[in-house]
Design a protein around this ligand. Structure first.
Ligand code: IVH
Length: 675
């Protein structure tokens, strides 16, 4: 290749990158594409071809690099400075007026010297993005508010997230917003999951949150997530606008999609009227919204109003009322859970509620049936608030018919006919038969679920067939399944059978905490399992533990401790654990507590170009590293800013690794990769 051609490549690649980024923005941010998909694909293919020939021309900000190849092993912790706060909620207009009055009182004025802003309150998950010199360097979930998870690789795949900002970006920019999944895409994905026999998600927020925490960025890229900015964070090395609405407009010019486009700026009355309009079209809004957010527009006033412990005084969430509907109870059925608990469920005449057809609603337990005084045949008021599973609010008395039949709670298990038992409190009623087919089914569903063994392709229907056919009586039997058995099942092709077998094969090694949770021990939920695993480290140690030892773990009560030990030492539990071990299932010992920088020590010297000292130190601690105050042989890394002075000299003499800020950030992002 001649030099001339080489230069041509570089220029052409740069032009293509710019053009593709512009079309991405037009399509994903402004919803205003200028070219047909095929033309876009051609530009993309041309860039890919150049990059394939010329690896030296590939840059991180290239649109071809949105999807990194590597599957992650986990997410590093990220300290948020300032933290991502939450909002106080209001539910009725009177509370909003009261909040407004309090703003006036606080400022000692009769009229607010700044307009208010109202925006849709998007029901997704909060995320913080950081740009340095116009390039995306970090994306992190909200987490606890102070510390979140580094999900940069996944957020890079979201097309409305600019990888590189338009001209005019400050040295360092921090923006906060919501990762959402449009409702239409949510419905489509859920249908696809259901068709595949996989578990569906209750709402777009859960699906978006589940997606952002996927370890494989390719899977994230396949889900059409969106990012909408709702607040400007810290700006360094550049002018920030004076109002929130101007900030959002400015961020739009830099390439972001913001909530501002559907917002409203005005006085209290204007905002109240706008709320009513948005409420009226909430079901038509492309993204699930659970209310509006009200903010004081002027940053100067925001500062004067300040914050309470966890939330700003200058903003409020005004939640939409729960969606309600009335319908008739056709029947009351009882479901048997994995621990044997009998749960009554009302079968309803199907009714549409916020775009979802509701045909079943839980009645929780027999006390709840008594409290509601619900009979088969009654008309009931049901509601669904945003993400929550629908519930019966009350029975509509006028709807009761003469033939309404009072419900009598069963005394025998509806699946295996064993006499039920009730716990001391008399509320929960249980089937005590460990081998009850309903319990086996639920135990296996739990065992293969996302937060336990995570075996893909083993959906409810397939498990039903395996249990009914006698192929699977316990989770251990899953690991003995063979191709012939699977392929012999209804609606199971060769390819799917092989996929299921592969997924099972890959699931043989799982962390101890997941195994403990997967076993479905009463009162051992995800957190308790995590605590037990961290404490005892190995399965052998858990199996040998006494009630007293388990109770000594902070946060575990006597019922969890008894439940765990009963299971570990009881006949059913022992048989299952032995069978799992015989099938080659291995519990990986609990990892050491703390983050990826555990055991590593840091010292900072000189001012870093972008991070403050406090921020840099917080990041080290967030990942389990510690700080030293002087250079010694014990120091793992000296991080140098400008004017490093004598510390650098000493570190060099002692052979201590020296990092600049960029290398330090790279280490935080990938602590496992040596620099
Ligand atoms: S402003 C100090 N604006 O709602 C926090 N938040 O309940 C400032 N949210 O954590 C938040 N839409 O995840 C703001 N237009 C909007 C929002 C919004 C959704 C979420 C956000 C926040 C939560 C608070």
């Amino acid at each position: 290749m001649s030099d001339g051609e080489g230069e041509g490549d570089a220029e052409r690649a740069a032009t293509l990158r710019r053009e593709i980024a512009r079309h991405d923005r037009l399509y994903h941010v402004h919803d205003r594409p200028e070219i047909a998909d095929a033309e876009y694909d051609a530009l993309f293919a041309e860039l890919q071809a150049i990059e394939a020939r010329r690896a030296d021309l590939v840059v991180a900000e290239s649109p071809t690099q949105r999807i990194g190849g590597a599957v992650l092993s986990g997410f590093a912790s990220v300290a948020h400075d300032p933290p991502l706060l939450s909002l106080d909620n209001t539910y009725v207009e009177a509370d909003v007026r009261e909040w407004h009055q309090r703003l006036l009182d606080h400022l000692g004025v009769a009229e607010l010297p700044s307009p208010l802003v109202a925006e849709p309150k998007l029901d997704g998950l909060s995320c913080r993005l950081v740009y340095e010199r116009g390039k995306l360097v970090l994306a992190a979930t909200r987490g606890s508010g102070d510390i979140g998870e580094d999900v940069t690789a996944n957020v890079r795949t979201i097309r409305s997230v600019p990888l590189e900002l338009a001209h005019g970006a400050p040295e360092r920019l921090d923006v906060r917003g919501e990762v959402v999944l449009p409702r239409r895409d949510f419905d489509q994905l859920n249908r696809a999951l259901a068709a595949n026999g996989d578990k569906t998600y209750a709402n777009p927020r859960n699906l978006a949150a589940g997606t952002i925490r996927q370890l494989d960025p390719r899977l994230v890229a396949a889900r059409p997530l969106e990012f909408r900015v709702w607040t400007l964070g810290k700006v360094d090395g550049g002018e920030a606008p004076a109002t929130h609405s101007a900030a959002l407009r400015w961020l739009e010019t830099l390439g972001f999609k913001t909530v501002g486009r559907d917002g409203c700026v005005g006085d209290l009355d204007t905002i109240l009227a706008w709320y009513a309009q948005l409420l009226a079209r909430r079901d038509d809004y492309p993204i699930e919204i659970d209310g509006v957010v009200l903010k004081v527009d002027s940053y100067e006033l925001q500062q004067r109003l300040g914050f309470t412990a966890r939330s700003p005084r200058f903003a409020r969430a005004w939640k939409f009322p729960a969606r309600q509907a009335t319908t008739r109870v056709v029947a009351i059925q009882v479901q048997v859970g994995r621990t044997g608990t009998l749960t009554p469920v009302a079968v309803l005449e199907p009714v549409a509620l916020s775009g979802v057809t509701i045909s079943h609603v839980t009645l929780h337990n027999r006390e709840e049936i008594a409290r509601l005084r619900v009979c088969v045949g009654d008309t009931v008021l049901i509601e669904r608030s945003g993400d929550v599973i629908p519930k019966v609010v009350q029975v509509i008395d006028s709807g009761r018919t003469a033939d309404a039949a009072e419900y009598v709670f069963p005394t025998a298990c509806p699946t295996c006919a064993t006499a039920v038992e009730s716990d001391g409190d008399f509320v929960a009623v249980r089937c005590p038969n460990f081998a009850c087919p309903a319990r086996v089914q639920k135990r296996i569903e739990h065992f293969v679920g996302r937060s336990t063994f995570d075996i893909e392709g083993l959906g409810e229907k397939l498990i039903e067939q395996l249990v009914a056919g006698g192929h699977v009586k316990s989770a251990a039997d899953l690991f003995g399944l063979d191709f012939a058995t699977l392929v012999g099942l209804e609606r199971m092709g060769e390819k799917s059978a092989q996929n299921v077998l592969d997924a099972i094969g890959q699931a043989r090694r799982r962390p101890l905490a997941r195994l403990l949770f997967a076993l479905g021990i009463p009162d051992i939920g995800e957190t308790a399992a995590e605590q037990v695993a961290t404490h005892f480290k190995t399965l052998a140690a858990v199996r040998a533990a006494t009630v007293l030892e388990v109770e000594a773990i902070h946060g575990l009560g006597p019922s969890s401790a008894n439940g765990l030990v009963d299971f570990m030492q009881g006949a059913d539990g022992c048989a299952l654990l032995d069978a799992l071990a015989a099938a080659g299932v291995e519990a990986l010992p609990a990892e050491k507590q703390g983050g990826a920088l555990e055991g590593k020590t840091f010292l900072f010297t000189g001012a870093l170009p972008t991070l403050t000292r406090a921020e840099a130190e917080a990041r080290v601690k967030a990942q389990g590293g510690s700080l030293l105050s002087a250079v010694s042989k014990k120091l793992s890394y000296l991080v140098v800013g400008d004017a490093p002075g004598s510390k650098l000299k000493k570190a060099t003499e002692l052979g201590v690794a020296v990092l600049d800020e960029a290398q330090f950030l790279a280490l935080l992002a990938r602590p496992e990769a040596p620099l």
